[in-house]
Design a binder for this molecule. Structure first.
Ligand code: ATP
Ligand code: MG
Length: 424
């Protein structure tokens, strides 16, 4: 059993599905290019401390979701549960902030969280995220919303909603935290265990709790936006003005705080109406304190992470993911012996030019080979017969319209011109 079943919460991406991932990955690279973001690849695992410091001890991720182990050198190692802390670590370690600012970076790859697996929630999942470091310009906050929207739109996704809030800076939050604690304290007995534990350590997180009894109490909680200091209030109003300028619609949600501790000021989340309860397809915000927290210079920053698995799920549910079936450019039908050697030689030459070429490996009948070519959806078939081979000729059949023509086997370029026009 263990040998033939993958660990809970993981997925295999098999041929037929992987093409959709490739297509989406292409769109991700395209949209990052348009906004000037460059890819940064970090290790899959990091020192555990990076996430404890970078994400925060009171977060769900650090409290209960990390895959942590001690390696053979007695170091505590964690499979990355998110991409921002590693990216910031790499930004500091490689001194990437020494030139012009802001520095715009993106990452793409697997993340690991020990969660209860369900549709759209896995233990290994893929995130695409991007971060702009070195500027507090509210226009960058807005571009961090505009970029994923461009991506969603380029995939054909509709029915998504942007929720927006500002959670201020340390200064405005210290006043707000007191008010919030005072609001929740009389109800402490009715809060879930996690929230009881967080009430004094990190009361903002209580607004984010998914437990219904906690949500009821959170409903009348004071709103952070009423406690913003003048600078944060101004920043938030500029964010909204730019959003209006760019024609991006959004909904203000004063209870949106985001799960990670490092956020400051703007936070946002995008949800899809195509998904059930796991409906967040991306989230992000500003984190002006993180770079310093991890040992770098004071550096304001803003970013966003897209759940790629969930985005694909939303697209599938919307019926937006139909790829035109692809197939080989050419299937070489041979009669064994010399003709098979000629087929092998031709295949090598054409593959060297990047064309997808298939041939029979089982010396099957011509009928069976034609059937195989059909099943593979091959654009052309080249029939290399013994008599034709003696004359250096073969019959090329267009599988689309059934037209046949004789081609010279020593003129590879002619074949490439015809077959290559169908794509690779
Ligand atoms: P959620 O509220 O759904 O747990 P989150 O706040 O933990 O999400 P983030 O850490 O902000 O999520 O990650 C950004 C995006 O990554 C999410 O919006 C979601 O699309 C995706 N994501 C997060 N956790 C998972 C998971 N376990 N499986 C699949 N996708 C996930
Ligand atoms: Mg989560």
């Amino acid at each position: 059993m263990a040998l033939t079943s993958r660990p809970r919460g993981t997925n295999d991406i098999i041929p037929g599905e992987i093409e959709l991932w490739h297509e989406l990955e292409g769109k991700i690279r395209q949209v990052c290019h348009a906004y000037g973001y460059h890819e940064l690849r970090t290790p899959i695992f990091e020192h555990t401390e990076l996430f404890q410091r970078g994400i925060g001890d009171t977060t769900d991720i650090v409290e209960k979701e990390m895959y942590t182990f001690v390696d053979r050198g007695e170091r505590s190692i964690t499979l990355r549960p998110e991409g921002t802390a590693p990216l910031v670590r790499a930004y500091i370690e490689n001194n990437l902030g020494s030139g012009a600012l802001p520095v715009k970076l993106y990452y793409y790859g697997p993340m690991f969280r020990y969660e209860r697996p369900q549709a759209g929630r896995y233990r290994q999942f893929t995130q695409f995220g991007f971060e702009a470091l070195g500027s507090s310009d509210p226009l960058l906050d807005v571009e961090a919303i505009a970029l994923p929207i461009d991506l969603y739109k380029s995939c054909g996704l509709s029915g998504f909603q942007v929720e927006l809030n500002s959670i201020g800076c340390a200064e405005c939050r210290s006043v707000y935290r007191k008010e919030l604690t005072a609001h929740f304290e009389p109800h402490a007995d009715n809060l879930c265990r996690s929230c009881q534990g967080r009430l004094h350590r990190n009361p903002l997180r209580l607004l984010d709790c998914k437990v219904e009894s906690c949500q009821v109490i959170a409903k009348d909680a004071p709103k952070i936006t009423e406690y913003l200091c003048p600078d944060c209030a101004d920043h938030f109003s500029q964010v909204q003005k730019y959003l209006d300028t760019l024609g991006i619609s959004y909904v203000l949600n004063p209870r949106l705080v985001r799960g990670l501790d490092y956020y400051t000021r703007t936070v946002f989340e995008v949800t899809s109406s195509e998904l059930g309860s796991q409906n967040a397809i991306g989230a992000g915000g500003r984190y002006d304190g993180l770079v310093q927290e991890l040992g770098g210079k004071e550096t304001p920053a803003v970013g966003f992470a897209v759940g790629v698995d969930r985005l694909l799920l939303a697209l599938k549910n919307q019926g937006k993911l139909q790829l035109s079936p692809s197939g080989p450019a050419l299937y070489l039908v041979h009669f064994g012996g010399e003709t098979k050697h000629k087929a092998a030689e031709l295949a090598q030459g054409l593959r060297g030019r990047g064309l997808w070429i298939e041939l029979d490996y089982a010396d099957r009948s011509i009928k069976a080979q034609m059937k195989a070519a059909n099943r593979l959806n091959s654009q052309y078939v080249l029939i290399i017969g013994e008599d034709e081979l003696a004359k250096n000729q073969a019959v090329l059949r267009n599988m689309g319209d059934g037209q046949e023509e004789s081609v010279a086997l020593d003129e590879l370029e002619q074949l490439i011109t015809i077959v290559g026009a169908c794509g690779k």
